[in-house]
Design a protein around this ligand. Structure first.
Ligand SMILES: Cc1ncc(COP(=O)(O)O)c(C=O)c1O
Length: 370
């Protein structure tokens, strides 16, 4: 079977370095918010060009704590995309604010051309997602935000290492959130997350929130959370961080091969590419009106594929009360019927990728019948 995301291979390939870091963590004797977390925060802040990095328990908490630290809550609205993992809008709902969805553009991210009509006096922030590793149109989004005095929080959970006009994603908005879930480009063998910002007041607030609302032990001046990254995960992430650039370049090289080999197929559309956006292909998603048929035929050849996402967020039961219907966001709805993720990952071999490419060529030529 050719896996959609050969993740275990990645960690296995780093096993001896990871075990040695874990042994070091046991010896060092500090297990929560210790030197490895600090080192990870410093390295990521430096690499991304932001002043502060604050590690937390997972990417969802990164979003919740950021929204909370900005004082966003009941009565406030946050503009976001309906085409993302539910954690994006869940975080908005979790702090008591209302997600206001806006349809997607050609990059499958929040469409800046539709943001303005969604802004109301209650709008506090825009929360773009860099979906599948492809940056959203940050220039336009920042311009609109500046005009209306809105905060921009980047959901960069799927896009570690991506860039927009040579600026790392995560350093463009007022704050950004990352996930270290195992399948992310920078992932650990468990959960983890991080907030990036150059806003010192926000950084201080988030640092307090992750530790029960305290800056000084046993003194609490706000209601906080227990949302810390374990030293053990920081130890693993320090090892993966050394590899992540090389692995992202490998993902890009594999994506180039997909573009070269698949661009002549008329049954599928490849993801948009523009010179100003560095896509890091956490997922390589194509779209096709024949999606389900292609998926079935790939599986018959032992090739996994994935559907991200089968139902846009505005049509989910949890958001029934927001008043959206089928037809509210036609682009997102159409993509949910057509998107198909192909095998992708730094350790995918060219031979495996060729099998995927050949299968897609055969399916189009009518030779892929079951
Ligand atoms: C776009 C997006 N936002 C938020 C999250 C939440 O991250 P986590 O699973 O670490 O809580 C994820 C990852 O699963 C994601 O893909």
């Amino acid at each position: 079977m050719i896996e959609l995301m050969p993740i275990a291979e990645q960690f296995r390939s780093l096993k001896s370095e990871i075990l040695s870091e874990i042994a070091d963590t046991i010896e060092q004797g500090t297990y929560i918010l210790g030197p490895k977390v600090r080192q990870l925060e410093q390295k990521i802040a430096y690499l991304s060009g932001s002043d502060h990095a604050i590690a937390v328990a997972n990417g969802t908490d990164a979003l919740v704590l950021t929204l909370d630290a900005y004082g966003i809550g009941p009565g406030d609205e946050v503009i976001t995309t309906p085409y993302t993992f539910v954690a994006t809008s869940e975080a908005i709902s979790r702090v008591g604010a209302t997600p206001v969805f806006v349809d997607i553009d050609q990059s499958w991210n929040l469409d800046p051309a539709r943001i303005e009509e969604a802004i109301t006096p209650r709008t506090k922030a825009i929360l773009p997602v860099h979906l599948f590793g492809q940056p959203a149109d940050m220039e336009e989004i920042m311009r609109i935000a500046a005009r209306f005095g809105l905060i921009v929080i980047e959901d960069a959970c799927q896009a570690f290492g991506a860039a927009y006009r040579d600026k790392s994603v995560g350093s463009i908005g007022h704050a950004a959130c990352f996930s270290f879930f195992p399948s992310k480009n920078l992932g650990t063998i468990g959960d983890g997350g991080l907030i990036l910002t150059s806003d010192s007041a926000l950084a201080e607030a988030v640092r307090e929130l992750r530790q029960h609302g305290s800056a000084k032990r046993y003194y609490h001046h706000r209601v906080g959370y227990n949302s810390r990254l374990d030293e053990l995960h920081a130890a693993v992430l320090l090892v993966v961080l050394e590899k992540v650039n090389e692995w992202n370049e490998r993902r890009i090289a594999l994506a180039d091969r997909y573009y070269e080999q698949l661009s002549t197929l008329s049954s599928i559309t490849l993801p948009m590419r523009t010179p100003e956006r560095k896509h890091v292909y956490n997922l390589f998603c194509i779209r096709s009106a024949e999606r389900d048929r292609i998926r079935e035929r790939l599986l018959a050849r032992n090739i996994q594929s994935g559907i991200y996402y089968p139902k846009p967020l505005h049509l989910q039961k949890v958001y029934e009360g927001l008043g959206y219907n089928i037809g509210s966001f036609p682009e997102a709805e159409r993509l949910s019927l057509e998107a198909l993720a192909l095998p992708m990952g730094p350790l995918l071999t060219e031979q495996q990728q060729d099998a995927v490419i050949n299968a897609l060529q055969d399916i189009e030529a009518g030779q892929g019948e079951l």
